[in-house]
Design a protein around this ligand. Structure first.
Ligand code: URA
Length: 208
C-alpha cells in the first residue's frame, strides 16, 4: 500500500482556487463538491467488475457491473461531509458511516463524540473521507474503530496531506492506501497544513 496523488489537471486547478483565502464559502463548498467527484473516480478506478445478463432493446447481452457488496463511505465529521456529498452523487447506492471526532485544540488528539456505521462492514470496501490529513490522529483513530468492527478492506481519501501525517498514518495502517490531491510542505505548531487552505470545516461552513 502507499500514497496515490491524484494529479489530474482539473483537480489541481480546483484545489488552487480552494486554497485562495479570497474564495468565498459558497465557492469553496461548490469546488469541494466538484473535486470530490473527480477524487471518487480515482479511488474507485480499480474496482472489480462482473458480467450480468441484461436485455437491451435489441438483444440480450453480457454487461459489466461492479462486483461484490455495496461500498461504504465513512465520513469523519464534520469536514468529511464535504467530500461525502459528491461521492454519493456518483455512487448513490453506497452505505454511509459517520464518525464524529473533533480535534482538541490543545492536545491535537481526537475526541470521539459519534459513531454510526452499517452493521455488516466486514466484507465491504470502506472509503474513509476527510479533506485534511494533518496530524493523522483522527484518521488513524477512525480507521482503528472500523477495524475493531471487523473491516479489513479500507482506503483513505483526502484533499490535502502533510508529510508528517502521511508518515504517521502509513505506520499505523500500512494496509490502507491513501489518495490525496497534494502533499504540502509541513504542519505548523498548531497542527495546520502549510501552505494548506486553512480550516476546511470553517471554510466550508463559514464558521470562525
Ligand atoms: N484540519 C484543517 O481543516 N486544516 C488543517 O490545515 C489541518 C487540519
Amino acid at each position: 500500500m502507499g500514497v496515490t496523488i491524484v494529479s489530474h489537471p482539473l483537480v489541481q486547478h480546483k484545489l488552487t482556487i480552494m486554497r485562495d483565502k479570497d474564495t468565498s464559502t459558497a465557492g469553496f463548498r461548490r469546488l469541494l463538491k466538484e473535486i470530490s467527484l473527480l477524487l471518487c473516480y480515482e479511488v474507485t478506478r480499480d474496482l472489480q467488475l462482473t458480467n450480468i445478463t441484461i436485455q437491451t432493446p435489441l438483444m440480450e447481452m453480457q454487461a459489466p457491473v461492479i462486483e461484490g457488496k455495496k461500498l461504504v463511505f465513512a465520513s469523519i465529521l464534520r469536514a468529511g461531509n464535504g467530500l461525502l456529498e459528491g461521492m454519493l452523487d456518483l455512487v448513490p447506492a453506497a452505505r454511509v458511516a459517520h464518525i464524529g471526532l473533533y480535534r482538541d485544540h490543545e492536545t491535537l488528539l481526537p475526541v470521539e463524540y459519534y459513531f454510526k456505521a452499517p452493521e455488516d462492514i466486514v466484507n465491504r470496501l470502506i472509503i474513509v473521507v476527510d479533506p485534511m490529513l494533518a496530524t493523522a490522529n483522527s484518521a488513524i483513530a477512525a480507521i482503528q474503530k472500523l477495524k475493531d468492527r471487523g473491516a479489513s478492506n479500507i482506503r483513505f481519501l483526502c484533499l490535502l496531506a502533510a508529510p508528517e501525517g502521511i508518515e504517521r498514518f502509513t505506520k499505523a495502517h500500512p494496509d490502507v492506501q491513501v489518495f490525496t490531491a497534494a502533499i504540502d510542505s509541513h504542519l505548523n505548531e498548531k497542527g495546520y497544513i502549510v501552505p494548506g487552505l486553512g480550516d476546511a470545516g470553517d471554510r466550508m461552513y463559514g464558521t470562525k
